[in-house]
Design a protein around this ligand. Sequence first.
Ligand SMILES: *Cc1c(COP(=O)(O)O)cnc(C)c1O
Length: 408
Amino acid sequence: MTDWNAEAQRLDAADPLAPHRGEFLLDDAVAYLDGNSLGALPKATPARIGGVVQEEWGKGLISSWNTANWIDLPQRIGAKIAPLVGAQGNEVVVADSVSINLFKLISAALAMQKGRKVVLSEPGNFPTDLYMIEGLEAQGLAERRLADRASIEDALDDDVALLLLTHVHYKSGAMFDMARLTQAAHDAGALVLWDLSHSVGAVPVDLNGAGADFAVGCGYKYLNGGPGAPAFAFVAERHHASLRQPLSGWMGHAKPFEFSDDYKPAPGVDQLLCGTAPIISMSALNVGVELMAGIGIEALVSKSRAMSEFTRKAMAELVPELPCISPDDPQARGSQLSFRHDHAYELCQALIARRVIGDFRAPDILRLGFAPAYVRFADCWRAVSELRDLLDSGEWTRPQYAERAAVT
Ligand SMILES: *Cc1c(COP(=O)(O)O)cnc(C)c1O
């Protein structure tokens, strides 16, 4: 039998990313395995926000739109995200939430596809993706069609305008082959929009290599931008000239400070801006993105895979009561593992009481995420050993662990 504890110590000692943990405000007594839901706080963020508030806003006042370059912060952060997702700097912009960017890009895709209205996705996709299609359907602009992941290619017929998929599934961790599905959609005359919320900063993404048309992604997960951080959007350069999105706010105008009565869209991804950017939130996201871009996606991916493999194997050997529903092949999954148990909720709460933070996804999934910038192999080991102990002791059956909070 493997000595998993010793193995975790050996892997931590040899981990080239270990020093980066010190760049985050984390309690060493806590095993934080939920960075896929809310990334940790970079230590540099409070000072950066303090500077933006006290110096740029407080002293610079309105001149900071120019002197501190607030005005192009959405593009500057977008250009730093670009190499993490295989895009050019001019193809990514930071704005709004993932949900709102989905609305803009689904609409833009439909407008490019005369005579086709179907937006194809999979049942069980992240809810907001499905709901945003429904919203457009209610306006008569879209028709939602869902096909199981195994039959997506068969469902791509002449009516499909857009294929909208989440690259790494939030619940199972399963990852789509982006290049293959993008090609299949294009062969059927459809465009493709990828939701990279569970991908960016944790798995290899090559949007341009795959020929993707559009993408959106989340700022508060692996990018460590803080709760409710702004999201990003990608539009391939070849679509810039024909891009038309319906939220025609003044910040997406070609010349917002001419205050013209008539809307004229800005060229390229700048058009995806709608209202004024939340500069304080953007500044926090900027710190998180700089940190991840500084580490580089290859090192992040390789540590992510090593951690999830360590955990998958240790769980299979020591905690067989919780079968793993994520793919066995590390190249076919994201930076998380999902385990099934009838009492996953209670187990998750009991783990949290022991300061191992994972999360629960209804109805029966315990999810452990491995944010490679700061999670230690020792944290992975703690999750496994505490789960074993909770099951052996029956401690998870205490009534307090069955009480449901508003956010799970
Ligand atoms: C987290 C997440 C979102 C978040 O959407 P917001 O509108 O920014 O809250 C969207 N899609 C997926 C797949 C996610 O995992």
